[in-house]
Write a protein that binds this ligand. Structure first.
Ligand SMILES: NC(=O)c1ccc[n+]([C@@H]2O[C@H](COP(=O)([O-])OP(=O)(O)OC[C@H]3O[C@@H](n4cnc5c(N)ncnc54)[C@H](O)[C@@H]3O)[C@@H](O)[C@H]2O)c1
Length: 340
């Protein structure tokens, strides 16, 4: 069987999971090279999993002509530069979200992606589109089961118990803040489900339990109200301090019905009955909740390369989602309504 040889950059919270999927769960892919600025991360994975090449310099990895594809899971501020370099060297590219942190760099990247799109696959990690529940919702909307969608309500809340590691992540790597880093998944889903781009946004937020967020000019919890070009509406709540776990919930209200995903963000189908009552445990984090989606999106990337086609999620989705998330950030920072 032909195997697509992949080199991955970024071996942190998510990169290690992607690396593991490529190395062990996709028969038509081979994890041939790993790269991180942290030498110990590279050596650890190379040693444990027997990976042929290890790099602490991304440009060095791009000189490896054995590779077919580059998988980017480095901090968000590096995505655009690393995407462009990999495409110009002739590789297929998968990049984690967001495409970039500024509209200008995402538009520049889109031009390069489109220049090479006949020969090289480009995919962006909006993995929720590959989650079985979210994909099912899209199918139901397209079948017309709720009539015309008019309103979307999204909760994207990180668990409070990962605050310590999150604050380290937020301080050490420029993530773009709550709206570009966290809410962007919901903003992309809204564009996908409502089939429209944002017209205006008003966003608010604050630091309620952890003043550290104010110090880095970010919100611990934030909310945005968006009007879309086709007249539909969206309400987005994003936060980092959710007491009961990782709460991802989405509701789409249409003219003839409602679809809802994750009303209670259950860990699994188990109910515990004890002296506290009947308990449904909650999902603990993104790696647990979206395990299937991370694998499915990577399988899709590899299949696109083998079948010489592009995935449904496009670079323009990346540009427009960044524009909307950046609008939320701007509105939060200025207190003003932002028009697109
Ligand atoms: N799709 C999702 O659900 C999801 C979830 C978490 C993170 N992400 C995205 O994944 C990316 C990585 O996030 P994370 O949480 O794994 O971050 P992280 O900080 O845990 O890991 C970053 C990794 O990149 C390496 N790195 C840093 N700068 C580098 C450089 N210049 N060249 C090469 N390697 C470099 C670090 O050493 C580390 O291995 C971010 O863009 C983030 O937005 C997506």
């Amino acid at each position: 069987m032909e195997k697509i040889k992949v080199g991955i950059v970024g071996l942190g919270r998510l990169g290690r999971k992607h690396a593991e999927n490529i190395a062990f769960r996709i028969p038509s892919a081979e994890l041939t090279a790993v790269c991180s600025v942290v030498k110990e991360e590279v050596e650890d994975i190379q040693k444990k999993w027997g990976i042929k090449y290890g790099y602490i310099d991304y440009d060095e990895m791009l000189k490896n002509s054995e590779l077919d594809a580059i998988f980017i899971s480095s901090p968000s501020g590096f995505h655009c530069e690393q995407i462009i370099k990999a495409l110009e060297k002739g590789f297929h590219v998968f990049s984690e979200k967001p495409l970039g942190l500024y509209l200008e760099e995402t538009e520049r990247t889109a031009k390069i992606v489109n220049k090479y799109k006949d020969k090289q696959v480009f995919m962006l990690g909006f993995m929720r589109r590959y989650d079985s529940s979210y994909a099912y919702v899209k199918k139901k909307i397209d079948e017309g089961i709720i009539g015309k969608p008019v309103f979307i309500r999204c909760y994207g809340l990180d668990p409070a118990n990962s605050m310590k590691s999150f604050l380290k992540f937020a301080k050490n790597s420029y993530s773009g803040g709550l709206f570009l880093d966290m809410a962007i998944h919901d903003l992309d889903l809204a564009r996908w489900y409502l089939n429209s781009e944002a017209k205006s946004v008003w966003a608010i937020g604050g630091a309620y339990e952890y003043p550290e967020f104010k110090e880095i000019n970010d919100a611990e919890t934030g909310a945005a109200l968006v009007k879309f070009e086709n007249g539909t509406m969206g309400m987005f709540l994003a936060g980092r301090n959710c007491a009961h776990g990782y709460h991802i919930e989405t509701e789409i209200i249409g003219t003839k019905g409602t679809l809802r995903v994750g009303t209670i963000p259950e860990k699994n189908l188990v109910t515990i009955f004890n002296d506290n009552g009947a308990i449904r445990e909650c999902s603990e984090g993104f790696l647990e909740r979206f395990e299937q989606a991370y694998l499915s999106e990577t399988e899709e990337f590899i299949n696109c390369i083998l079948e010489k086609r592009q995935p449904d999620v496009t670079v323009e989705d990346g540009v427009n989602a960044t524009a909307l998330a950046y609008g939320c950030k701007k509105s939060f920072e200025t207190g003003e309504l932002v028009n697109f």
